[in-house]
Design a protein around this ligand. Sequence first.
Ligand code: BJW
Length: 263
Amino acid sequence: MAANRYHIKIMNEGSSSGLSPNSAIVVLTGAGISKESGLDTFRDADGIWARVRIEDVATPEAFARDPARVHEFYNHRRQGLLADDVAPNAAHRALADLEQRWPGEFLIVTQNIDNLHERAGSKQLIHMHGELLVALCQSCFAETDWHQDLSTETACPKCGAVGSMRPNVVWFGEMPYQMDRIYRALARCGLFLSIGTSGNVYPAAGFVEEARMTAGARTMELNLEPSEGASLFEEHRYGPAGEIVPTFVEELIGGLAPQHGRS
Ligand code: BJW
């Protein structure tokens, strides 16, 4: 097996806790990883929730009360995501590189609804809070790739229902996607990384404890500054994701040395 030809030469920060190259890695990402790509975070001083109220745009009740207002909010963000100058940054690219080169299992669980991880080349990826470039029909539940504006007049291309289309995103009070698969991955991971998330929103904010308690995983926070849940992590790196993530990935990959004399 390819993984057996490697051993870990160096760990980080002088940690003696070894990480086998067969170990599974789970990476949780949040809005901070896309900040340097030109997309806003939510809870920073200049973030989205400083301009709009959650209760007006990010709950099923808001959509039922005023769908045009909610469509306007997501149409604006969809147009922003599709702007020419929005592209994956060095942190997205480093994670795609890590996935390609890591011998063990690897999974990114992103809370982000942008498509920057996949544009960087990531394949093992779960969008737990949905995708901005996908529309969901509330009549037939079809999911359709969607790059245009949505409105209360939009017809579902699958069933033809008018006024039943919504952005395929997870609002407060709704169940995030693929939770079973996420908890299975957390239960067997050796390393859990949390990148660019404030740790305010559950269930994502609880993944670090799940990884530590269920799998005994090493846990590391990589963020601009200590998050709400910083004390839950064993290790920390602080700085812009575009700088600290590539550096950490290089350390991990650099620690994979070919072991001569074994097949
Ligand atoms: C950088 C950086 C740089 C900046 N480099 N870093 C009471 C107690 C516990 C739970 C609840 C409760 N009451 C209600 C709940 C549940 C609720 C919840 O968590 N509420 C809290 C507010 C308390 N959760 C839900 O309702 C969820 N569903 C649910 O729980 O279902 C039931 C269930 C039960 C059991 C199991 C499973 C499920 C659904 C949550 C849906 C969240 N939806 C949103 C909107 C999605 C669509 C959209 O994008 O519009 O998701 S809200 C928003 O917050 C978005 C994000 O994904 C999410 C997290 O935000 P994130 O990514 O952390 O961003 P920020 O801005 O908060 O942080 C950015 C960080 O980056 C900061 O730390 C910066 O410092 C850093 N940073 N620049 C590195 N350059």
